[in-house]
Ligand binder design. Structure first.
Ligand code: BES
Ligand code: ZN
Ligand code: ZN
Length: 471
């Protein structure tokens, strides 16, 4: 689908259909109100009504708030895709709504058909936004930035959705190198030998039973005159079987998505470099496959992390934090960030705490958590903070090593995982760091908001929005 942004001289342009967003109030005064009444359409949020003879697709919204327009646009484009129409237009009256429309249309029309032998015909060719106000120059900039971010989100989704036997650590590194080449980023990949030299024993233990060697990937976007340095770290478990603490069969399905943190980092690197933001951004990814076998790491093993702290393994399914412990330590040695963020599908407990739609945000700085919350609200992603406390930290105590990789109590699992990571954050970075648990928000098997089946691209929009605001 081709998206274009036109000025108001195009208001009367001919397209196969016009998409109109209407509230319940608006349909009472609508020029086709009797026809609408006959159809039974009541304008409720995200319901649609196709008035074929009038060449209009109506889509209900509760009000014109972006949080309602975004999913309504997604519903509209899904309806359009089920028709034979080739061209559509939408009139946009308010600059504040442009990004929400773009997100709704671009993210809502996403589909992943790489593994379908019979591809569906894509009939809808062009969607035209016609901007009815005067400040076209500003508006088209907002439009193109929103398209860049939405495309980066779909790039992340494609990676998350790719099957684990097609996207293992080596391929993740290849994808990173391709992105680096296309977008002028620096890229460095550490293989098994280099990881050994770096003493990343926790990370290496997790990947040991896999036939695919682990990779630590470092991408860097370094614009001239960068205002700040931001370091991103992503959990890239290209598959999480649970290891010897094997997952039950039904929980293992979808675990290709355990690389979503890494894929979000790649998507953010793509977005910031295409938006040419004045921020130096580093992306570090721990790409590892957690498998079983004679060479697998075991519950009862004690691992020496890169930092030097020893970790008692009590559950090999709590593997993401082991990988992140080493990658966070490496990232903090290689960069001197103003902000340090990690993205990880870390715990099922985060979904228990917040539901599957919300990213869990953890960290020490109230200001940073607040600023991030503002960015995510603007970007249309759900985030909520989960508070650390010293009592939960004690639950990670080990009798034989410095720390345990799981808590000794069954409650607060998302927070104890965050506190485990906190152990590997250097003192000078404590207030610069936030941990994002995207276990629930990164993947869905039923559509919600602008998301369709599969990877959602969680993290890409809120982090890009945050980085746009960095001064
Ligand atoms: N990758 C999982 C977390 C996860 C679960 C992500 C469901 C998305 C959906 C992680 O590696 C894991 O298995 N965590 C364990 C931790 C436990 C052993 C302390 C969990 O959440 O059960
Ligand atoms: Zn796991
Ligand atoms: Zn995992």
């Amino acid at each position: 689908m081709n998206l274009e942004f036109l000025n108001r001289t195009n208001i009367d342009m001919k397209t196969d259909i016009t998409v109109e967003f209407v509230t319940k109030d608006a349909i009472k005064k609508h020029e086709f109100k009797s026809l609408i009444k006959k159809s039974g359409f009541d304008g409720s949020q995200e319901s649609t009504c196709l008035l074929h003879e009038k060449k209009v697709l109506l889509c209900g919204v509760e009000d014109y708030d972006n949080d309602n327009l975004r999913p309504a646009a997604a519903a509209a484009v899904k309806t359009l895709k089920a028709t034979k129409y080739k061209s559509a237009k939408v009139l946009v009256d308010n600059k504040e709504n442009i990004a929400a429309f773009v997100e709704g249309f671009v993210l809502g029309s996403y589909s992943f058909d790489a593994y379908k032998t019979k591809k569906k015909d894509k009939t809808l060719k062009t969607l035209s936004f016609v901007y009815t106000q005067k400040d076209f120059k500003d508006a088209i900039e907002v439009f193109s930035k929103a398209v860049t971010t939405a495309d980066a989100t779909n790039f992340t989704r494609d990676l998350v959705n790719t099957a684990p036997d097609d996207l293992y650590p080596e391929i993740m590194a290849k994808k990173a190198k391709e992105l680096a080449k296309e977008n002028g980023l620096e890229c460095n990949v550490l293989g098994k030998k280099e990881l050994k030299k770096e003493r990343c024993e926790a990370m290496l233990a997790v990947g040991r039973a896999s036939r695919h060697d682990s990779k630590l990937i470092h991408l860097a976007y370094k614009p001239k005159n960068a205002k700040k340095v931001v370091t991103l770290v992503g959990k890239g478990l290209t598959y999480d079987s649970g290891g010897l603490s094997l997952k039950p069969a039904t929980s293992m399905v979808t675990m290709k998505m355990d690389k979503a943190g890494a894929c979000a980092v790649l998507g953010i690197m793509k977005a910031v470099s295409e938006l040419k933001l004045d921020v130096e951004v580093h992306g570090f990814i721990g790409a590892v496959e957690n498998m079983i076998g004679g060479d697998a790491y075991k519950p009862d093993d004690v691992l020496v992390s890169r930092k030097g702290d020893t970790i008692e393994v009590r559950n090999t399914d709590a593997e993401g934090r082991l990988v992140l412990a080493d990658v966070l330590d490496y990232a903090q040695d290689k960069t001197n960030p103003d902000y340090l963020f990690d993205f990880a599908t870390l715990t099922g407990a985060c979904m228990v705490a917040l539901g599957q739609y919300t990213t869990g945000v953890m960290g020490h700085s109230s200001k940073l958590k607040h600023d991030l919350g503002k960015a995510s609200k603007k970007a249309g992603e759900l985030t909520a903070t989960l508070p650390f406390n010293k009592y939960l930290k004690k639950q990670l105590k080990s009798e034989i090593a410095d720390i345990c990789n799981i808590s000794n109590k069954p409650y607060g699992g998302a927070i104890t995982a965050g506190l485990f990571l906190d152990n590997f954050i250097k003192e000078e970075n404590k207030d610069k760091w936030l941990h994002f648990d995207i276990a629930g928000s990164a993947y869905t098997e039923s559509p919600w908001d602008v998301n369709v089946y599969g990877g959602t691209g969680a993290g890409v929009r809120f982090m890009t929005e945050f980085l746009k605001s960095v001064k």
